[in-house]
Design a protein around this ligand. Structure first.
Ligand SMILES: Cc1cc2nc3c(=O)[nH]c(=O)nc-3n(C[C@H](O)[C@H](O)[C@H](O)COP(=O)(O)O)c2cc1C
Length: 393
């Protein structure tokens, strides 16, 4: 089983992750991981912390001559802003942060909670996802995320090939697929920031090249839609997750939601085995399994909870009403969230690949990938030859 844990406080020495169950034989490019870490630090609306950090991963174990050996992989990213022991506690919990619930839960300090609740932790998750992408890449699976809304401003993705969309994203200061909206979004973020307030938004992730059958319909905790939703919802400040059409399915008729099934024999050699869908409202997932169409996940991020113009709170020392504490903060981190959610999704896909195709090495996964597709093609041709008309419920 592919899994990971992270450790580290926001202003501690470092953020770390241990990735267990990663197959052997994958060449690891740590510069590619650093590229993802850099993207996480960017995007219009970030606070002063990002000017201090220049995140770089150290791969401490699990490689021999740059290639994975099947051992646990330890990743470390130093915090340049290491000062935790010189920092004071907060006495006025910030609404929307973990301050109140965590301090009471642990009968402890707000500092002890916020240092771990902080989204600085996502630096480790991005590093893990960027590692997972290096397992997906040789299988032809691509995963990328972008921003589709900032506050009230919708930024529908410009259609195009993956390369065209990545190109557009790289031109946008907010990591959207329509850089012509940047100026409007920047003005919004600036004006909200001047008012001491913050903004959220919506991010979307697409995964292309996914085979049939990742996840399972057989048990609740094996369903890939549920696993993706859990992983994405666990990202700091994410409050809603949609797959495909998401909440829109509720107001449409079945005929306007479900994606017709067509067969194009010229595509039988692709992971879709020739099955094409003129729409992808299911977002690539049916009954908890991937259906070979692109997986599409959207996530709603709430506005940052630390406000320069703080909300009412209570001083935990005096129990008297007082404004919440303020610490240096982002105004809008939706761009960063698009990178984080992308990498969290990439890890879940890699986990499902290892589960479906098994094996201790990339070679074994690739061999089983080939075998599965060969057997599926054989079965389809057999069914066609037999004129199969199986009835199902
Ligand atoms: C990329 C990113 C950056 C964030 N930056 C901040 C920040 O600067 N200040 C803050 O108060 N919250 C920030 N947050 C949100 C908090 O980490 C989060 O709201 C808090 O941990 C409470 O968890 P919850 O929102 O999931 O309930 C950020 C979240 C993300 C995804």
């Amino acid at each position: 089983m592919l899994r990971y844990l992270t450790a580290g406080e926001s202003h501690g020495k470092a953020m770390v992750a241990i990735v267990d169950g990663f197959p052997a034989g994958v060449s690891i490019d740590s510069a590619a991981i650093d590229g993802e870490l850099k993207r996480r630090q960017g995007g219009y609306g970030r606070g002063g912390r990002q000017r201090i950090e220049s995140d770089q991963v150290q791969v401490l174990s699990g490689l021999w001559r740059g290639v994975t050996i099947g051992s646990p992989i330890a990743l470390l990213i130093e915090n340049k802003d290491y000062k935790i022991d010189r920092m004071d506690d907060l006495d006025r919990p910030r609404p929307g942060h973990g301050d109140l619930a965590g301090a009471i839960k642990h009968l402890g300090s707000i500092r002890g909670v916020l240092e771990r609740a902080s989204a600085r932790e996502t630096v480790a998750r991005v590093a893990v996802g960027a590692l997972a992408k290096q397992l997906l890449q040789p299988l032809g699976i691509t995963c990328f995320g972008y921003v589709v809304q900032v506050g009230p401003v919708a930024i529908p993705p410009t259609p195009g090939t993956i390369d065209q969309q990545l190109q557009l994203r790289s031109q946008s200061v907010i990591y959207s697929l329509d850089p012509s909206k940047d100026a409007e979004v920047q003005t919004l973020i600036d004006s909200v920031g001047k008012q001491g307030d913050t903004l959220g938004g919506i991010v979307e992730v697409q995964v292309h090249g996914v085979p049939f059958g990742l996840g399972s319909h057989t048990q609740w905790d094996r369903k890939l839609d549920g696993r993706l939703a859990r992983a994405v919802m666990s990202v700091q400040a994410i409050k809603g997750v949609e797959i495909g059409l998401g909440f829109q399915v509720a107001s449409r008729r079945g005929s306007q939601v479900h994606d017709p099934i067509q067969f194009d024999p010229s595509q039988i050699d692709r992971p879709n085995l020739g099955f094409v869908r003129p729409s992808n409202n299911a977002g690539g997932l049916e009954a908890g399994m991937s259906n070979s169409q692109p997986i599409v996940v959207r996530a709603a991020k709430k506005p940052i909870s630390t406000l320069a113009k703080p909300l009412p709170s209570v001083n935990l020392g005096t129990l008297q009403p007082q404004q919440a504490s303020y610490e240096r903060s982002d105004i809008c981190a939706v761009a960063a969230a698009s990178c984080i959610v992308e990498n969290v999704v990439a890890f879940e896909i890699a986990r499902a690949i290892v589960e479906k195709f098994g094996g201790d090495s990339l070679d074994e996964i690739q061999a089983r990938w080939e075998l599965f597709h060969r057997l599926a093609r054989q079965k389809l041709k057999l069914s066609a030859a037999l004129g199969s008309t199986n009835k199902t419920d």
